[in-house]
Design a protein around this ligand. Structure first.
Ligand SMILES: CC(C)(COP(=O)(O)OP(=O)(O)OC[C@H]1O[C@@H](n2cnc3c(N)ncnc32)[C@H](O)[C@@H]1OP(=O)(O)O)[C@@H](O)C(=O)NCCC(=O)NCCS
Length: 204
């Protein structure tokens, strides 16, 4: 029986464990520094212990919501030649002509359309849709119920908030944030947070 180690002990890690169970992984352990078990999955040890072979597993997924942390750990695992599988919830789907990078997850009710390219350590969260010919960089998170129309490009580590909508052909830079419920009708530069309908940069 193969063991999947999910790095993290918070809500996202538990969502991944739940999806992995549905996808057929029989043995799942969580990896973190908190000794208490976030039931029903046991905590097998720390990331350090995993990397030094004290904790054994056949494959690893990073279950951490923060985009740059997730991508950083994912890249570290890849450098160490860990298997970092793609995870598709049994009620999620991708077109056979969509590409999904290593360590990326498609959660319940989510969909990636024809011609779409999704990078590594990406989250397509519950009920999110990414339509045809989109390009998502490594470490992107498309939150629950967010929708990207065709041909949208999203740069590395950007976060599309819950329920946001992005019009076709838009480019969102890297490390950008689209606030919950925003309607994006213009390109978003690198590192900028936009909110509202139509989405505008958040004044600080
Ligand atoms: C956009 C966002 C990142 C801003 O967070 P923040 O920097 O902590 O901002 P604050 O909560 O301090 O709000 C700053 C201002 O922006 C407004 N604002 C925040 N988020 C907004 C949103 N989504 N839409 C419209 N206005 C918003 C606030 O009302 C506040 O306005 P004020 O200054 O007039 O009072 C955050 O609100 C958000 O939408 N996050 C996405 C959450 C999400 O998708 N969760 C899913 C996880 S799976």
């Amino acid at each position: 029986m193969k063991t999947l180690a999910i790095i993290g002990q918070g809500g996202h890690a538990r969502v991944l464990a739940d999806a992995a169970e549905g996808a057929g992984w029989a043995a799942i352990v969580l990896i973190g520094d908190t000794p208490e078990d976030p039931a029903p999955w046991p905590c097998a040890g720390s990331l350090n212990e995993l990397l030094h072979g004290v904790v054994e597993a056949d494959a690893c997924l990073v279950g951490i919501g923060d985009n740059s942390t997730r991508l950083g750990i994912h890249r570290c695992l890849a450098r160490e030649a860990w298997s970092t599988p793609r995870l598709l919830h049994p009620r999620a789907g991708t077109s056979p002509r969509a590409r999904l990078g290593a360590g990326s997850v498609v959660l319940a009710g989510a969909w990636a359309g024809v011609g779409t390219t999704i990078g590594e350590a990406v989250i397509l969260n519950t009920g999110a849709t990414v339509d045809h010919d989109c390009v998502l960089g490594d470490g992107v998170h498309v939150s629950p119920g967010a929708h990207l129309a065709g041909g949208v490009r999203v740069g590395e580590c950007s976060w599309i908030g819950i329920g946001a909508v992005v019009r076709q052909g838009i480019t969102i830079g890297r490390d950008a944030v689209v606030g919950a419920g925003a309607v994006v009708v213009a390109d978003v530069p690198d590192g900028i947070t936009v909110v509202g309908n139509p989405a505008r940069p958040l004044e600080r």
